[in-house]
Design a protein around this ligand. Structure first.
Ligand code: CAA
Length: 283
């Protein structure tokens, strides 16, 4: 199989979808459709891309012309049928298995036969999503990290039925956009979410024990060389996203993934982190 990936459809223009669209368009030869159900989300997504590109141009790592060229390679659209023209799909819609299955059934009906159908899920089973299609060998996990334009690693997750050819083509693609493919098997949470969620949860438990968030974060930055503290990272990921991952992993592995009660309480209060202006910190 030679997928000759040129056109990529990214489904979802939220924080992950717009970061993925930007990153793929920035790599050069690719044309990107950034697809979402609402025009307003597409506009917000495009704004985020411009803001992120602005950081690179401000630092002199990119010229304004290069930034314009990247934007010109991204076509925002509400027309799902553009997947018919795509060699690769990266789905980054909300983490809801029923919604993903419905979306992959539509992809199954519309995508060209050579197209790889990827999902950016952080914790849902690739094998279940693949099993809902008639070509499970072409379905794979392509899990980008937030903030996508700066994070190097991308998890490539092989479902039970994903073919070696699909894995290889995906690895090649990830390398072609300047990222580092990290292979993981399709067990809940793969590698990143499985390890990171326990670490973050323990940080919230430490806060419940009475440790100030600033001290927990400072401790992990300076005693373990983490790039940012776990609570600031939780605010970046979003408490809602983290809680969902914890619940999925608890269902799979048991109570070692029991979410700290404070996370749930803050979630109920709507203190979801950066996106709502308040989490463990104020923004
Ligand atoms: N676009 C472009 N550039 C960006 C950016 C963006 N969205 N966000 C940050 N940057 C750049 C900044 O411009 C800055 O560049 P210079 O160093 O060249 O000046 C650099 O990244 C660092 O940014 P800041 O100085 O603002 O802040 P920082 O030093 O704290 O770095 C960080 C920010 C890169 C996010 C770093 O703290 C980090 O690596 N944190 C860990 C992030 C992480 O673990 N992500 C994975 C989360 S898990 C996940 O995403 C999976 C899931 O499914 C839940």
């Amino acid at each position: 199989m030679d997928p000759k990936i040129r056109t990529v459809a990214v489904l979802g223009a939220g924080i992950m979808g717009n970061g993925i669209s930007q990153t793929i368009a920035a790599a050069g030869p690719y044309l990107v459709y950034m697809v979402d159900v609402a025009q307003a989300i597409l506009e917000q997504g495009l704004e985020s891309i411009k803001k992120s590109l602005g950081r690179f141009t401000k630092k002199g790592e990119m010229t304004p012309e290069e930034s314009e060229a990247i934007i010109s390679r991204i076509t925002p659209t509400t027309d799902f049928e553009v997947v018919q023209e795509s060699d690769l799909v990266v789905e980054a819609i909300p983490e809801d298995l029923a919604l993903k299955i419905e979306t992959f059934q539509k992809l199954n009906d519309l995508c060209p036969t050579h197209a790889i159908m990827g999902t950016n899920t952080s914790s849902l089973p690739i094998t279940s999503i693949a099993a809902a299609t008639e070509r499970p060998d072409m379905v794979i996990g392509i899990h980008f990290m937030n903030p996508v334009p700066v994070m190097k690693g991308v998890e490539v997750i092989k479902g039970l039925m994903t073919s070696p050819e699909t894995v290889q083509a995906t690895v090649n693609f990830v390398e072609s956009i300047g990222k580092i493919p990290c292979l993981a098997l399709d067990y809940a949470g793969f590698i990143n979410s499985r390890l990171l969620s326990i670490y973050i949860n323990e940080a919230v438990l430490a806060v419940m024990d009475g440790n100030p968030p600033e001290e927990v974060d400072k401790g992990m930055i300076h005693t373990a060389n983490m790039p940012m503290g776990p609570l600031k990272l939780l605010d970046l990921i979003g408490l809602d996203v983290h809680l969902k991952i914890m619940d999925i992993l608890r269902n799979e592995y048991g109570d070692r993934f029991l979410a700290a009660p404070l996370t749930r309480q803050m979630f109920r209060a709507g203190h979801l982190g950066r996106k709502t202006g308040r989490g463990f910190y104020q923004y």
